[in-house]
Ligand binder design. Structure first.
Ligand code: GTP
Ligand code: MG
Length: 150
Protein backbone atom coordinates (compact mmCIF):
# COMPACT_ATOMS: atom_id res chain seq x y z
CA UNK A 1 0.00 0.00 0.00
CA UNK A 2 1.10 3.50 -0.82
CA UNK A 3 0.32 7.13 0.00
CA UNK A 4 0.09 10.03 -2.44
CA UNK A 5 -0.38 13.78 -2.13
CA UNK A 6 -3.40 15.20 -3.96
CA UNK A 7 -4.63 18.76 -4.12
CA UNK A 8 -7.76 20.39 -5.51
CA UNK A 9 -6.31 23.56 -7.02
CA UNK A 10 -7.90 27.03 -6.56
CA UNK A 11 -9.97 26.66 -9.75
CA UNK A 12 -11.43 23.37 -8.54
CA UNK A 13 -12.32 24.84 -5.15
CA UNK A 14 -13.93 27.94 -6.70
CA UNK A 15 -15.89 25.82 -9.18
CA UNK A 16 -17.36 23.65 -6.44
CA UNK A 17 -15.65 20.45 -7.55
CA UNK A 18 -14.29 19.33 -4.16
CA UNK A 19 -17.13 16.90 -3.44
CA UNK A 20 -17.08 15.38 -6.93
CA UNK A 21 -13.33 14.84 -6.81
CA UNK A 22 -13.32 13.30 -3.33
CA UNK A 23 -16.20 11.03 -4.35
CA UNK A 24 -14.22 9.63 -7.27
CA UNK A 25 -11.29 8.62 -5.08
CA UNK A 26 -13.57 7.24 -2.34
CA UNK A 27 -15.59 5.24 -4.85
CA UNK A 28 -12.41 3.79 -6.29
CA UNK A 29 -11.55 2.40 -2.86
CA UNK A 30 -8.75 4.76 -1.96
CA UNK A 31 -8.64 5.84 1.69
CA UNK A 32 -8.48 9.48 2.78
CA UNK A 33 -5.85 9.76 5.52
CA UNK A 34 -5.40 13.55 5.66
CA UNK A 35 -7.14 16.69 4.41
CA UNK A 36 -7.11 20.43 4.95
CA UNK A 37 -8.43 23.54 3.24
CA UNK A 38 -5.56 26.02 3.18
CA UNK A 39 -3.95 28.91 1.40
CA UNK A 40 -0.53 28.23 -0.14
CA UNK A 41 1.92 31.09 0.43
CA UNK A 42 4.61 32.14 -2.05
CA UNK A 43 7.40 30.21 -0.30
CA UNK A 44 5.43 26.95 -0.22
CA UNK A 45 4.40 27.40 -3.86
CA UNK A 46 8.01 27.83 -4.93
CA UNK A 47 9.12 24.80 -2.94
CA UNK A 48 6.26 22.60 -4.10
CA UNK A 49 6.94 23.45 -7.75
CA UNK A 50 10.75 23.68 -7.37
CA UNK A 51 11.28 21.36 -10.36
CA UNK A 52 9.68 24.05 -12.58
CA UNK A 53 11.69 27.04 -11.30
CA UNK A 54 13.33 27.69 -14.65
CA UNK A 55 10.24 27.13 -16.82
CA UNK A 56 8.66 30.11 -18.61
CA UNK A 57 5.30 29.39 -16.95
CA UNK A 58 6.71 29.29 -13.39
CA UNK A 59 5.46 32.72 -12.29
CA UNK A 60 1.97 32.12 -13.72
CA UNK A 61 1.93 28.76 -11.96
CA UNK A 62 2.89 30.11 -8.52
CA UNK A 63 0.52 33.11 -8.91
CA UNK A 64 -2.32 30.72 -9.73
CA UNK A 65 -1.67 28.18 -6.98
CA UNK A 66 -1.54 30.97 -4.34
CA UNK A 67 -4.63 32.77 -5.71
CA UNK A 68 -7.22 31.10 -3.49
CA UNK A 69 -7.75 28.22 -1.08
CA UNK A 70 -6.76 24.69 -2.07
CA UNK A 71 -7.81 21.36 -0.59
CA UNK A 72 -4.66 19.43 0.31
CA UNK A 73 -5.15 15.70 0.83
CA UNK A 74 -3.33 12.43 1.34
CA UNK A 75 -4.88 9.30 -0.19
CA UNK A 76 -3.75 5.75 0.54
CA UNK A 77 -4.21 2.46 -1.29
CA UNK A 78 -2.71 -0.14 -3.55
CA UNK A 79 -0.60 1.59 -6.20
CA UNK A 80 -2.18 4.89 -5.12
CA UNK A 81 0.37 7.21 -6.78
CA UNK A 82 -0.06 5.81 -10.29
CA UNK A 83 -3.81 5.20 -9.91
CA UNK A 84 -4.42 8.83 -8.95
CA UNK A 85 -2.31 10.03 -11.90
CA UNK A 86 -4.40 7.85 -14.22
CA UNK A 87 -7.64 9.18 -12.75
CA UNK A 88 -6.41 12.79 -13.13
CA UNK A 89 -5.64 12.45 -16.83
CA UNK A 90 -3.00 14.21 -18.92
CA UNK A 91 -1.52 17.48 -17.62
CA UNK A 92 -3.16 19.44 -20.45
CA UNK A 93 -6.95 19.02 -20.13
CA UNK A 94 -7.20 19.50 -23.90
CA UNK A 95 -5.53 16.11 -24.17
CA UNK A 96 -7.00 14.34 -21.14
CA UNK A 97 -9.35 11.47 -21.90
CA UNK A 98 -13.05 11.81 -21.06
CA UNK A 99 -13.66 10.01 -17.79
CA UNK A 100 -10.56 11.48 -16.20
CA UNK A 101 -10.88 14.42 -13.79
CA UNK A 102 -9.09 16.89 -16.06
CA UNK A 103 -10.80 15.44 -19.14
CA UNK A 104 -14.21 15.91 -17.56
CA UNK A 105 -13.69 19.26 -15.81
CA UNK A 106 -10.94 21.20 -17.58
CA UNK A 107 -10.13 22.92 -20.86
CA UNK A 108 -6.90 24.83 -20.26
CA UNK A 109 -3.36 23.81 -19.23
CA UNK A 110 -3.10 26.62 -16.68
CA UNK A 111 -6.44 25.70 -15.02
CA UNK A 112 -6.24 21.95 -14.69
CA UNK A 113 -8.22 21.53 -11.43
CA UNK A 114 -6.08 19.00 -9.59
CA UNK A 115 -2.55 18.07 -8.60
CA UNK A 116 -1.30 14.61 -7.75
CA UNK A 117 2.23 13.49 -6.95
CA UNK A 118 4.13 12.15 -9.95
CA UNK A 119 5.58 8.64 -9.98
CA UNK A 120 9.25 9.66 -9.60
CA UNK A 121 10.62 7.84 -6.53
CA UNK A 122 10.34 10.08 -3.46
CA UNK A 123 7.97 12.68 -4.99
CA UNK A 124 4.88 11.68 -3.02
CA UNK A 125 6.78 11.40 0.25
CA UNK A 126 8.40 14.80 -0.28
CA UNK A 127 5.07 16.49 -1.00
CA UNK A 128 3.24 14.81 1.90
CA UNK A 129 5.97 16.04 4.28
CA UNK A 130 5.82 19.51 2.76
CA UNK A 131 2.09 19.87 3.45
CA UNK A 132 1.35 17.68 6.47
CA UNK A 133 2.77 16.93 9.91
CA UNK A 134 2.76 13.23 10.78
CA UNK A 135 0.07 13.76 13.48
CA UNK A 136 -2.28 15.24 10.86
CA UNK A 137 -2.44 11.88 9.07
CA UNK A 138 -4.84 9.20 10.30
CA UNK A 139 -4.11 5.49 10.43
CA UNK A 140 -7.33 3.49 10.23
CA UNK A 141 -9.02 0.68 8.35
CA UNK A 142 -11.90 1.25 5.97
CA UNK A 143 -14.68 -1.21 6.73
CA UNK A 144 -14.71 -2.40 3.09
CA UNK A 145 -10.99 -3.15 2.88
CA UNK A 146 -11.50 -6.91 3.02
CA UNK A 147 -13.68 -6.55 -0.10
CA UNK A 148 -11.34 -4.21 -1.95
CA UNK A 149 -8.23 -6.34 -1.72
CA UNK A 150 -7.61 -10.04 -2.29
P1 GTP B 1 0.80 18.90 -11.36
O1 GTP B 1 0.02 17.78 -10.77
O2 GTP B 1 0.15 20.25 -11.18
O3 GTP B 1 2.26 18.86 -10.93
O4 GTP B 1 0.73 18.62 -12.92
P2 GTP B 1 1.56 17.57 -13.73
O5 GTP B 1 2.48 16.77 -12.86
O6 GTP B 1 0.58 16.80 -14.56
O7 GTP B 1 2.40 18.51 -14.67
P3 GTP B 1 3.80 19.20 -14.39
O8 GTP B 1 4.31 18.87 -13.03
O9 GTP B 1 4.67 18.94 -15.56
O10 GTP B 1 3.40 20.75 -14.43
C1 GTP B 1 2.92 21.40 -13.27
C2 GTP B 1 1.83 22.37 -13.64
O11 GTP B 1 2.39 23.42 -14.40
C3 GTP B 1 0.74 21.78 -14.53
O12 GTP B 1 -0.29 21.23 -13.76
C4 GTP B 1 0.26 22.96 -15.31
O13 GTP B 1 -0.76 23.66 -14.62
C5 GTP B 1 1.48 23.84 -15.40
N1 GTP B 1 2.15 23.68 -16.68
C6 GTP B 1 2.91 22.65 -17.11
N2 GTP B 1 3.37 22.84 -18.33
C7 GTP B 1 2.89 24.04 -18.70
C8 GTP B 1 3.00 24.84 -19.88
O14 GTP B 1 3.66 24.46 -20.86
N3 GTP B 1 2.35 26.04 -19.86
C9 GTP B 1 1.63 26.48 -18.78
N4 GTP B 1 1.00 27.66 -18.82
N5 GTP B 1 1.49 25.78 -17.68
C10 GTP B 1 2.11 24.59 -17.64
MG1 MG C 1 3.80 17.59 -11.48
Amino acid sequence: TERTFVMVKPDGVQRGLIGEIIARFEDRGLKLVGAKLMRIDQALAEEHYAEHTDKPFFEDLTDFITSGPVLAMVWEGQDAIAQVRTMMGATDPAESAPGTIRGDFGLDMGRNVIHGSDTEPGSAEREIELFFDEEELEDYERIDEAWLYE
